[in-house]
Design a protein around this ligand. Structure first.
Ligand code: E4P
Length: 217
């Protein structure tokens, strides 16, 4: 499963790229607002840090305006992926970008039927939101599994990008359900490596090793 980081904070992106674990970046209007930065400027800066896919979301709601905004965003760098909402206008824009070989991320997906439509429109990625379904007492990870089954039934190439991930457990659930990608907040990526038995075990090994008085080099 590929890991994208879900942030517009360039410091976090730089730190995580250095781990070699990162396969892409996603942003959304809320993350851009949180960064306090100019949208186009921050997307250009992120794209200068990495050749991996960087999702940048349109703010228009009408197909023609989405196309104009998406073409502008795609012109920033070769690795920009145009992020479009899962509406009929968004799907029409998605089909346009597919015809023009511009990659898309169809976002705000909450049902298997919506994901089916995104695939039919030629989306590169579809973003089902796990956390927001959990917020309303539904099992977000079931949606990932349902989309996996549907896409495999018909050989759709749209990649399932598990989004709205809030916990390390969401990452496990997305992987078990067959997501192609998970977009994960920086703090959750950092938590994935942590386990108390690893830290305790390492402390004990280091103590015992010190007792031997040996050194490897
Ligand atoms: C990413 O593409 C999504 O916009 C993001 O994961 C949404 O996460 P949230 O539901 O925690 O805001």
């Amino acid at each position: 499963m590929k890991f994208f980081v879900d942030t517009a904070e360039t410091k976090d992106i730089r730190d995580l790229l250095a781990t070699g674990l990162l396969d892409g970046v996603t942003t959304n209007p809320s993350l851009i607002a949180k960064s306090g930065r100019d949208f186009v400027e921050v997307i250009a800066e992120i794209c200068a840090l990495t050749n991996t896919p960087v999702s940048a979301e349109v703010s228009a709601t009408d197909t023609d305006e989405m196309i104009a905004e998406g073409e502008h965003l795609a012109g920033i760098a070769h690795n920009v992926v145009v992020k479009l909402p899962l509406t009929l206008d968004g799907l029409r824009a998605c089909a346009h970008f597919k015809r023009n070989q511009i990659r898309t991320n169809v976002t705000l997906c909450f049902s298997p039927n919506q994901a089916l439509l995104a695939a039919k429109a030629g989306a590169t990625y579809v973003s089902p939101f796990i956390g927001r379904l959990d917020d309303i007492n539904l099992e977000g990870s079931n949606l990932i599994g349902d989309i996996r089954t549907i896409y495999d039934n018909y050989g759709f190439e749209t990649q399932i990008l598990a989004a709205s991930i809030r916990t390390a457990n969401h990452v496990t659930q997305a992987a078990l359900a067959g997501a192609d990608v998970a977009t994960i907040p920086p703090d959750v990526i950092r938590k994935l490596v942590q386990h108390p038995l690893t830290s305790n075990g390492l402390a004990q090994f280091l103590k015992d090793w010190e007792g031997t008085g040996q050194s490897i080099l």
